[in-house]
Design a protein around this ligand. Structure first.
Ligand code: GLP
Length: 242
């Protein structure tokens, strides 16, 4: 694992964007695994800037996203499909047919998970998987539990995650209680993984994920076993590790 400690959110975002951009430049027909949440927004802004300046072409890229809220469709501004369009896909001109998500509108969890597993298999291994980090150490929506879940699955979101994500919704009641998420097998299949974390409220999760035992109680800790992981944090997120 490589750990890079940046001064602040801006520097973390720039470093992450540079790694994503070089992946696309070196292999234009690559598969990018992408994340939502507030953490990657700055990196996505940099990528859109590079595209607008003409130095980055996403036209051949395939993307697979980590997760989607169950019950939300792409027209809902809280869905992850909407988020990705607004923050990256539209600006970087990534063709919608090259992008993949679990189908949040499918009420049949078994079918939704099977179809996304098939979509992931058809897309092929991610050349680079971008991850954020939940305050409880979750990646995607792989919440703390008694075992790492290998396949795409439907998750009951934990109170900690509902609390953390309510800031995006009008009220806590509106936060969906379930989500579909990529499982650990597909995350782990990525050739390279890039995890980013920023701010004091991630400090404990960074410490437990990368400086503690590998345990499903801290889902991101499994990344300690992956052969090619880069973790980029800012000073605040690193503050509990000193
Ligand atoms: C969300 C997403 C994760 C994300 C995490 C952190 O619930 N499912 O993929 O990494 O929580 O979000 P944020 O970056 O807003 O702190």
């Amino acid at each position: 694992m490589r750990l890079l400690v940046c001064e602040n959110y801006e520097e973390m975002s720039l470093r992450a964007a540079e790694i994503l951009a070089s992946q696309v430049r070196l292999k234009p027909r690559c598969v990018l695994g992408l994340a939502t949440g507030s953490t990657p927004v700055g990196a996505y802004e940099r990528l859109v800037e590079m595209h607008r300046q003409g130095s980055l072409d996403f036209s051949q890229v395939t993307t697979v996203n980590l997760d989607e809220y169950k019950g939300l469709g792409g027209e809902n501004d809280q869905s992850y499909v909407f988020f990705m369009r607004a923050n990256l896909f539209d600006g970087a001109e990534i063709p919608p047919e090259h992008t993949h998500f679990p189908d949040g509108t499918d009420p049949d969890s078994v079918r939704a998970c099977r179809l996304y597993e098939e979509a992931l298999a058809a897309a092929g291994r991610q050349d680079l998987q971008l991850l954020g980090l939940g305050r409880n150490g979750h990646i995607g929506f792989n919440e703390p539990g008694d075992a790492f879940v290998p396949g795409v699955h439907c998750v009951d979101l934990t109170p900690s995650t509902i609390d953390a994500n309510k800031r995006f919704f009008a009220s806590e009641e509106e936060v969906p209680r379930q989500a579909y998420t990529m499982g650990m097998r597909a995350i782990f299949a990525a050739r390279r993984i890039l995890l980013i974390a920023s701010g004091k409220d991630k400090a404990e999760a960074v410490k437990r994920s990368f400086f503690g035992p590998v345990t499903p109680k801290v889902p991101a800790s499994i990344l300690q076993l992956h052969p090619d992981v880069t973790v980029i944090v800012d000073q605040e997120a690193y503050s509990e590790c000193r």
